[in-house]
Every structure is written in structure tokens, then in C-alpha cells.
Ligand binder design. Structure first.
Ligand code: PBG
Length: 326
């Protein structure tokens, strides 16, 4: 009888042994929690398709921030649901916009916790698109350059309100350069830009649109978000964002695009994050509710896989849940 010389199982025989040789680790400081802030007081409204995720009024968001800080999370990513929407997305760049107000409050209440402001127009436009829409007789067009000027105005107003990082998620061309320019001009040269450099037009954003009330009223986002079939184009997008001044880049969604994360990690030396989006969260929650997946193990496995693919940090709706078990 011949025995195997190399026995891979030797290093798998106990948790202590496995833990010693583990290649990929998760820590709370690499997790970013998205928050959806809405007007009012004492509002904590669960999102139907996202169990455990809420629309929160500012007072409730403060409690959430405190617990995020206690758990040692890497930061919060803020989205806003304005009381009113219009064609110019004025709620996105208003000095007293919902996210601007919450930034001022959070800044006082959760010192040391990174506050990242998502920069986009879709939650604030009446039509739900991420840019300015020009309607023609039987069609419409998203006006890139007009959108970019509102987007950079939004970024400055969020920085002024106290955002530690601004994160443009609109996918208009030239927005990173425009934002960098305006930030520098207004004295926010130290505010980093985390660009959603490779953001795919994904069906997995479905539940988010319920959470942020931002579904386009007509058409879809395929003229600005990327075609899910394209990896090389994603590399060009990242390269451009970095050359325009992005300090770090995000890939999104995460699990269906782990190859993009890996390719980006091998090619670029800026910090790279991935966004485990609403649909990724919701499908797992649905399976947990049916008893089809073990919640804790499936959650951690999904996060480890994103990390292993090369993401230094992860935006995830599981942030607090995961931090609790780590
Ligand atoms: C805004 C934005 C979206 C998401 C993040 N920022 C929605 C979209 O592009 O439709 C999706 C996040 C998620 O699904 O969790 N443009």
C-alpha cells in the first residue's frame, strides 16, 4: 500500500489549524454599511424586499451610526430620499438636502466613523434617471455634460456638509475630473473621491430602487451603466477614472462580477472596493427565510469570496450582521 506524502487534510483538522493557514480574512473595518435617509422623525421603515434594511429618519440614522461605530465598521455610505423631486434634482445639491442635513448631525454624533456620500441624481430626479433628461418627441436623451455639472455641484455640497469621501455612482463621462476640479476650487482638495468606476447595468439593483425610490419612470440605465458582458471596457473605465483623479474605485455588483474585481486588482494599484448590491442581499435573505441556506455561513462565505477576488473593502447590507459574528 502506498501512502500519500502530501496530505492536504493535515492542515484542515481543527479550527485552530485552519485559522492559522487562512489566506483571506474579514474584519469589520473593511465593511461599509449603506444607509437610506428619509425625512421625518422616528421613522424606521423596513424595505419590503430587503429584510433588515430600513428607511431611517435622521434621529434613527444617528442610532444606527452609533452601533456601526461600536462594531468598528469601516464607514457608512449615505443615500437620501428627498421630500420632493424635480427635473434638476435640486434635492441632491441643496444646502439643506436630506443627506447634507444628516451629514451635519452624524458628524457630531459619530466621531471617527467615515461618512461616505453617494453622489448621484437618481434619488432626486422626478424621472428617476441619474442625469438631466432632454425629452424629444417620442424619445429622450440623457445629457452628459449638463448632468456632470449638477453632479459636481452635488459633490461639493456634500463635502461642505461634512462628507469624508464622495462616491459618484452616476457613470456619466468626465464626472470624476469635474468633481476633482470643483472640490479643489472650493477648498476641498483633501476630500477623496471613491468612484464607482465599473458599474454595470444590473438586474440586481432592483430592490435598491424600492429602498431609494429611484426606479426610472421611463427607459432604463443602459445608456450610461455598463453592459454586463464587458470586462475590457471595465478596465478602460477604471483607468480613466484613476487618470481623472479617483483615489479609489468600486466595482458593482460584486458576486456576479468577481472576475472584474480580480482583473482590476491585478492591473491597478489604487484601493479597490466592491459593492454587494441589494439584489445579492435580497436573494440570500429570501433563501434564508425559506430555510434553504444557513444564514451566517452563507453571508460570511459571500463576503470572503469578494475579498478573495481582490476587494480591499466591501459595501454590504450585511455589514453590521457580519461584524457581530467576526
Ligand atoms: C445610484 C445607485 C444605485 C445603486 C447604488 N447607487 C442604483 C442604480 O444605479 O440603479 C444600487 C445599489 C444596490 O442595488 O444596492 N445610481
Amino acid at each position: 500500500m502506498e501512502y500519500p506524502v502530501t496530505r492536504m487534510r493535515r492542515l484542515r483538522q481543527s479550527e485552530a489549524m485552519r485559522s492559522l493557514v487562512r489566506e483571506t480574512r474579514l474584519e469589520p473595518s473593511a465593511l461599509i454599511q449603506p444607509l437610506f435617509i428619509c425625512p421625518g422623525e422616528n421613522v424606521r421603515r423596513e424595505i419590503g424586499s430587503m429584510p433588515g434594511v430600513f428607511n431611517l429618519s435622521i434621529d434613527e440614522a444617528l442610532k444606527e451610526a452609533e452601533s456601526a461605530k461600536k462594531l468598528g465598521l469601516g464607514g457608512l455610505l449615505l443615500f437620501g430620499l428627498p421630500a420632493e423631486k424635480d427635473e434638476q434634482a435640486s434635492g441632491a445639491w441643496a444646502e439643506d438636502g436630506i443627506v447634507q442635513q444628516s451629514l451635519r448631525e452624524l458628524k457630531k454624533a459619530a466621531k471617527g466613523l467615515l461618512l461616505i456620500a453617494d453622489v448621484c441624481l437618481c434619488e432626486y430626479t422626478s424621472h428617476g434617471h441619474c442625469g438631466v433628461v432632454k425629452k424629444t418627441r417620442d424619445s429622450y436623451e440623457i445629457e452628459n455634460d449638463k448632468s456632470v455639472s449638477l453632479i459636481s455641484k452635488t459633490a461639493v455640497s456634500l463635502a461642505a456638509a461634512g462628507a469624508d469621501i464622495v462616491a459618484p455612482s452616476d457613470m456619466m463621462d468626465g464626472r470624476v475630473a469635474a468633481i476633482r476640479d470643483e472640490l479643489d476650487e472650493e477648498g476641498y482638495e483633501n476630500t477623496p473621491i471613491m468612484s464607482y468606476a465599473a458599474k454595470f447595468a444590473s438586474a440586481f439593483y432592483g430592490p435598491f430602487r424600492e429602498a431609494a425610490d429611484s426606479a426610472p419612470q421611463f427607459g432604463d440605465r443602459r445608456s450610461y451603466q455598463m453592459d454586463g458582458a464587458n470586462l475590457r471596457e471595465a478596465m478602460r473605465e477604471i483607468e480613466m477614472d484613476i487618470s481623472e483623479g479617483a483615489d479609489m474605485v468600486l466595482m458593482k455588483p460584486a458576486m456576479p462580477y468577481l472576475d472584474v474585481v480580480r482583473a482590476a486588482r491585478e492591473r491597478f494599484d489604487v484601493p479597490i472596493g466592491a459593492y454587494q448590491v441589494s439584489g445579492e442581499y435580497s436573494m440570500m435573505q429570501a433563501a434564508f427565510a425559506k430555510g434553504w441556506l444557513e444564514p451566517e455561513r452563507a453571508m460570511l462565505e459571500s463576503l470572503v469570496s469578494i475579498r478573495r477576488a481582490g476587494a480591499g473593502f466591501i459595501v454590504t447590507y450585511f455589514a453590521q450582521q457580519a461584524a457581530r459574528v467576526l
